[in-house]
Each structure stands twice: as structure tokens, then as C-alpha cells.
Design a protein around this ligand. Structure first.
Ligand SMILES: [Zn+2]
Length: 135
């Protein structure tokens, strides 16, 4: 479960830093709250196929549905507590840490590359927090 825990935490942390909270909510509501992809899609105005895509990316990091659901359930409260570093200003994206303007498709790459240390720190904190709870 350890590799899956770290991989899923990292995926969700980057989404949250990017301000992409809908992806996190969609994954959590599907895996933890057992809502259907069409219900979730309707709620956030995205297609059910997109919901399935987000969930699939999380599932790929875990062995099965049960493990993925258990991890997302524990990691979610920590991730949702993080403040995004990307601010959307009239269709453009601004990094609040380095003031760089980005296009949507550059956002995650920017976070992974320029704010790698922040991502690593947050992931380590969450993973050790979750492990303490499990013990
Ligand atoms: Zn930046």
C-alpha cells in the first residue's frame, strides 16, 4: 500500500496546488461516497467519461478499487486543507509563488518542475500523517 499511498497523494497534491479541486472531489465522491460518474459529472458540469478518466488515473496507482478508496478517504482531508498556489485570472493562470503567468496546459508541469520541493514536503507530511492514523 505504501507506493500507492505516495503516488496517489502526489497526484492529488499537485491537483490541489493547481487549484483543480473538481478532480479531487470527483475522485473522492466516486471512490469514497460511491456516487455514479454521471451524478458527479452533472454536479461539476464535466462529462462522465472525464470523471472515469480521473478515477482511472488514481486506480492505476493502486492494486484495486478497495485500496484506492481507502487511500483517497484518508488523504482527502489533508489535501483539501492545502492552499492552491495557482490563481486563475481571466482565462490565464498565475503562480502565486513565483509570479509566472502560465497557460492551462503548463500548470502541472510548472508545479512538478519549479515547486518540486513543496510537493515533496507536502506529500511526506501527508503520508506520515496517514501512517500514524493507521497504526
Ligand atoms: Zn511558480
Amino acid at each position: 500500500m505504501d507506493d500507492a499511498l505516495t503516488a496517489i497523494t502526489k497526484y492529488l497534491v499537485i491537483k490541489r496546488l493547481a487549484g483543480d479541486t473538481i478532480t479531487i472531489l470527483a475522485v473522492k465522491e466516486y471512490l469514497v461516497d460511491n456516487l455514479s460518474p454521471s451524478t458527479i459529472g452533472h454536479k461539476y458540469r464535466i462529462s462522465k467519461f472525464r470523471v472515469r478518466g480521473y478515477v482511472q488515473r488514481v486506480m492505476d496507482k493502486a492494486k484495486n478499487h478497495r485500496v484506492a478508496a481507502a487511500i483517497v478517504k484518508r488523504v482527502f482531508p489533508y489535501v483539501i486543507d492545502i492552499d492552491p498556489i495557482i490563481l486563475r485570472v481571466s482565462g490565464k493562470y498565475l503562480c502565486l509563488l513565483c509570479n509566472q503567468q502560465l497557460r492551462h496546459e503548463q500548470v502541472e508541469h510548472h508545479i512538478r518542475r519549479k515547486h518540486k520541493d513543496l510537493v515533496q514536503t507536502l506529500v511526506s507530511q501527508i503520508v506520515s500523517g496517514v501512517r500514524k492514523e493507521v497504526r
